[in-house]
Each structure stands twice: as C-alpha cells, then as structure tokens.
Design a protein around this ligand. Structure first.
Ligand SMILES: [Zn+2]
Length: 297
C-alpha cells in the first residue's frame, strides 16, 4: 500500500521513468500504458476484478489513484478496507503471474482469491477483531446457482426527498439489472426503507424474475416483513409488500450489513443527482463515478 501511495510500485511506466528500456503497454489489456492509475483503476481487466469482488463497485474514472486510496483508507468499514487492500495486492500479484509465469489473468479468479484470502486470514486471526470474525455476513456474496440477489437501499437528500437503488446479480456476481429511483416524495427513514422494499419487489415482478433473494440493510423492515416485529406506521406498506411478494416464486427477504449492500447504497446516493434510471446489465461507469466524486467533497 505504501509503495502504491508513493507511486513507486514497479509498473512499466514507473520502470521506464527510472530509465529501464521496455515496452510500457499494459500486460493485461494491451490497450494503454501501464501506469499505476491504469493498472488499478482503469484497466478493463481490473474493472472486472473490482466488480466481481465482494465490494462490487467500479473505481471512479479520471480520479487520481492516491486520492482514491486516501478516501478508502479514511472513510470505510475495517472489513471493506481490508478487502480493498487485498484486492489491490492480488491484482498486483496476478499481474506479475501473467508477466513472469504466463498465468492468464482471470478477473473472477483474482476477485475470488482476494475474498478467500481475507476469509482465511480472519478465521485464523479471530482475536484481531470480533467484527471481522464472520466474513460471510460482512461482505456481499453471490447467491447459489439458479438464484438471484436483489440488493435494495434507500437514501434521502438534504431536503428529505426519497431515493432508492437496486442491483440484481446472479450467482456469478454479474449485474443483470440496476436501477435508481427518485419518486419525489418525503418520508421518514423507516418508511423510506419500507417503500424501497416495495419498489424493489415491484421491479422484480415487472422483470418476471423468480428465486430472488432480496437483501436490505434495514433490520427493522426485514423483521416486520418476516413477521418478527410490528410497527404501526409501516404496517400498511409491509402488507403491500406481502401482497406483491405472494406472486414471486422461491424468494426471500433478508437483512445484511451495510458492508454487503454497498452497490445498492451507492446507486441510492447517485439517484439524488440523476433521478430515476434503469439499466439492463450494469450501470455505466459514469454513474458509479458520480457517487465516488461525492466522497471527495
Ligand atoms: Zn490494461
């Protein structure tokens, strides 16, 4: 990390700068010079690693690597930071494997390797932090084969106006559908999350999907939906959710930690500036970058 932050990691551009005569083309995509910025933030192969990782995001384009590292190291949950750092390290490791050992750089494998490393490390070092013990519950993991996961999150802008984000991914972590919604209503946080669930279920129904595992980071809403709690103010909307949910085959609604809901959270934040949008497949990079820019303000 330190070498990366100082930009002295021996990428091809850095080697050239130090007087080594070599071709500076990126060994992964062969489509650009291999600067640190390109290798870790812009290379199409690396972008796939980031999205396939449990973090499930895209790096902000046209952002300085150093600023990006700073924003990560200062503002995120410990487990997410740990994953982030291990992903960086694995990208570098497998980049070297590609160059020196002719091992094909396979983004999904790189992401899986980072995930496995963090899981094993934390299992072997349980005293480091209680929070880090339960990896599977702390990072987004892909659903089983034949299932989809729909992550939903809600946000409110500074005037209290509601926004939502939805990401639907398959067992290979591929994004099948992404949406932002800005319904032009005001509501309290609990209601916002409940209406977000209703919107998510509606959207999934419209897409005619089944076997969908819905995930929210609003534990109270999930408890109410699953009949473990009752709160009068949201009861009518929980009923709406149940009515809609009745038409969905093989589906469930579960609570996840915020660290598992990063992609939906980011879309809900972006919805504040772009309003309601839908994408079949992943949201374009410039949408993800809007969120990341927010981090620097
Ligand atoms: Zn590249």
């Amino acid at each position: 990390m330190w070498r990366l932050a100082r930009n002295i990691i021996p990428t091809r551009c850095n080697l050239r700068r130090r007087g080594v005569v070599l071709d500076t083309v990126c060994p992964l995509c062969f489509d650009a010079d291999e600067s640190s910025n390109h290798l870790f933030m812009a290379c199409p192969m690396t972008l796939q690693v980031w999205f396939a990782s449990p973090l499930g995001f895209q790096p902000p384009p046209q952002t300085d690597l150093n600023a990006w590292l700073q924003s990560w190291l200062s503002a995120k949950e410990p487990l997410a930071v740990q994953l982030f750092c291990v992903c960086l390290w694995k990208i570098w490791f497998f980049r070297n494997q590609a160059i020196f050992n002719q091992v094909v750089f396979e983004p999904r494998m790189v992401a899986a390797s980072a995930h496995d490393f963090v899981s094993e490390f934390n299992l072997a070092n349980p005293t480091r932090s209680v929070d880090r013990l339960q990896i599977p519950a702390q990072v987004w993991i892909a659903p089983p084969t034949d299932f989809l996961k729909a992550n939903i999150d809600a946000g409110r802008d500074k005037h209290g106006k509601v926004t939502w984000g939805l990401v639907i991914r398959n067992h290979e972590s591929e994004v099948l559908f992404a949406a932002t919604q800005s319904p032009d209503i005001m509501a309290d946080p609990l209601l916002v999350e409940t209406l977000g669930l209703r919107w998510g279920i509606q959207t999934v129904l419209e897409l005619q999907l089944s076997n969908v595992m819905f995930e929210l980071d609003a534990s109270v809403v999930v408890k109410c939906f699953n009949g473990l709690s009752t709160i009068a103010s949201i009861s009518p909307f929980i009923s709406d959710c149940h009515d809609l949910f009745g038409s969905l085959v093989g589906s469930s609604v579960s609570f996840v930690n915020r660290s598992c809901n990063v992609a939906a959270h980011e879309l809900a934040q972006v919805a504040k500036s772009i309003g309601s949008r839908t994408w079949v497949g992943n949201a374009p990079l410039k949408v993800w970058s809007l969120f990341s820019l927010d981090l620097f303000l």
